[in-house]
Design a protein around this ligand. Structure first.
Ligand SMILES: [Zn+2]
Ligand SMILES: [Zn+2]
Length: 249
């Protein structure tokens, strides 16, 4: 019965049926359910984020869906990857304001920023950078946001998109490298002045109040799931390389 409800939940999400989702949850569906077979589309929230279904995302978050759970066969990505990779700025904003970690990683260590660059979503890239997404992180193959800008943009072969993306990333490298991760604050600051979350080592804050606020708004749930696997030494090395190449293109 519960399994039927789970399947009904995903079916309703896929078809944008809000009442169907409510009914499935009433029937005992697990709101974060995702199939674990090879064709799995991921959790309901990931699916709704990919589809850019703002009302569905709002409902699922309201009903308690995890904004940080990583699902989807092979890729294992967070809802923020799904929204960013498809250029859904309104969903990105909702997820971030409900505590989604900006620099959460998928199975390839890609951040949502990299996903947005890969698919050529200029507005989403601008938005993520304004929220404070880090441009100094590298994926599993060592590629940074800047290198993603240099690769061919998926589904878009006009050079101007790539140039626009590169401009945004290089500006971020040069000027506002880091921001307070409390989305309602977002104050720019230096690496040395923003305090790092001691647990996940991924989020930074300008003050104790901002840290507390972000914790209650949802970082409490995301923190453990998004623990940083990259060491500080690795980050320093990547930073050095991208700073030396910034401004070349
Ligand atoms: Zn702040
Ligand atoms: Zn944390």
């Amino acid at each position: 019965m519960a399994q039927n409800a789970n399947e009904a939940l995903l079916y309703a999400v896929e078809n944008g049926c809000l009442d169907g989702v409510k009914a499935a949850l009433k029937a005992g569906a697990d709101i974060d359910y995702a199939e674990d077979d090879i064709d799995s589309t991921g959790s309901g929230l990931l699916l709704a984020s990919i589809n850019g279904d703002v009302e569905m995302v709002r409902l699922l978050i309201h009903m308690g869906a995890s904004v940080s759970k990583k699902t989807g066969a092979g890729i294992s990505c967070a809802p923020l990857h799904g929204a960013a990779g498809n250029g859904h700025t309104e969903v990105v904003e909702l997820l971030v304001h409900h505590g989604a970690t900006l620099d959460t990683r998928d199975a390839y260590q890609r951040t949502p920023l990299m996903a947005a660059i890969l698919f050529g979503h200029v507005n989403t890239v601008r938005q993520l950078i304004e929220f404070g997404a880090r441009v100094d992180l590298a994926d599993r193959r060592g590629r940074t946001a800047q290198e993603y800008c240099m690769a061919d943009v998926v589904g878009e072969d006009c050079g101007c998109v790539r140039r626009e993306l590169m401009k945004l990333v290089q500006q971020a490298i040069k000027t506002k490298m880091l921001r307070c991760c409390n989305p309602t604050c977002g104050k720019a600051g230096r690496r040395s002045t923003l305090k790092l979350c001691a647990q996940c080592k991924l989020t930074r804050y300008c003050s104790r109040d901002c840290q507390k606020q972000h914790w209650t708004v949802g970082h409490k749930k995301s923190c453990r799931q998004d623990t940083c696997t990259v060491t500080d030494a690795e980050v320093r090395k990547i930073l050095k390389t991208i700073q030396s190449t910034a401004g070349e293109v």
